[in-house]
Design a protein around this ligand. Sequence first.
Ligand code: P53
Length: 476
Amino acid sequence: MKKIIPENFLWGGAVAANQCEGAYLEGGKGLSPVDILPGGIPVRKEALADVRKTIETTYDYYPSHVSIDFFHRYKEDIKLFKEMGFKCLRTSICWARVFPNGDDLEPNEEGLKFYDSLIDELIKNGIEPVITINHFDTPLELTKKYGGWKNRKLIEFYTRYCEVLFNRYKGKVKYWMTFNEINMILHIPSFGGGLVFEDGENREQCMYQGAHYQLVASALATKIGHEIDPENMIGCMLAAGTVYPNTCHPNDILIAQAANRENYFFIDVQSKGEYPRYSERLFEEMGIKLDITDEDRKILKQNTVDYIGFSYYSSRLKSADPEVMKNIKPGNAFKTLGNPYLKESEWGWTIDPVGLRVTMNDLYDRYGKPLFIVENGLGAVDKVEADGSINDDYRIEYLKLHIEQMKEGIKDGVELIGYTPWGCIDLVSAGTGQMSKRYGFIYVDKDDNGVGTLERSRKKSFYWYKDVISANGENL
Ligand code: P53
């Protein structure tokens, strides 16, 4: 029988500096947005919503300061990734380790040394590094001094940072992503764009202006990356998940289409190199006037991405009926109705494996470029048994169903580079700051108050995923 998944498929896992490294002031690092955030619901959400206030506030506990201490324990962790048979690891570089203030003229050598060792350690273990250049990690100083990405100056600071990375890791890192979940700037603007709003400012204007500067910065990074090493594969990254209409009422179809466009907008620019025609009407209706130059347009046109990276946790559901929309679910960054045909996670996230296949086909139909599933997974509470074992059958079930649908997507004709489930080792949740919202194959002993030995142990899913990789996805 013909094998479905190609031999060179990049099986692995994904983490991000801001959620795993800790060591928040070590080696000359400056502050990242995450370093001033508390843990817990709803405090975290409030802190994310009003960063100016958060900067002035002192909290009892900051989950990112130690996090899972990946900064000191990466060698031990990489050994475990290797044991599972990882072909790649997706992680990010913390911008403020390399440029502590963001606008420094010279990089911080000590910060770079850490990434030299991390990347070398991965390569030594036969694990391909997949690097996100900015994962919710625009240096906090750039928010304080410039208001974040609504300022054009950030393009220059970001490209300076990119140039350092592309030169330094030439021949070592091939797969890059310029911005994690670039559409997140519309949903959590403080995280996605380091944005602060002045009173009375048009928020949509700020967010889309910030998005525009990020899109230009991303295209310039792609240009620089290709010039430094033509072998580089530079991708974008979308928080994906197709939006379904609540009913077959044409108005529901239309509103779901508009919601999908709100996400695709970013990738339309990054992959096709120009603003989609529908954006003109959108901007006009929102009273948005973009600062966009002919030079910007040229840069966007000439430097499109090599592949489309995306995260997929769930599909979404929207209605045109305001009455129905009153039932919108709280909690998630992406507002959605509950889908009566689907179950939810303990955190209320819809579980929709078939939606992964739908999303893959939508993205491939639209862009025709290789896709890379760089996040997927189930955030769940794990129980450590008296003998130390962790029987996370629910996680195995979630991943199994999604990998099955991923294979269907490949059979449908989608070119897929790899699959890196999120939080392959437990880490701090971006949305809630909790440790108890666990995604990992590897358990980390630490609770929501920061108490724990930080010791690592293998969950049942660890052995399961190891077998999945060794059979190249043939047996799930
Ligand atoms: P947490 C919301 C919705 C979809 C993706 O999220 C999201 C978020 C942010 O909460 O972000 C991605 O940790 C992101 C990761 C994040 C992961 O999803 O809130 O790229 O940084 O940890 C899961 O459960």
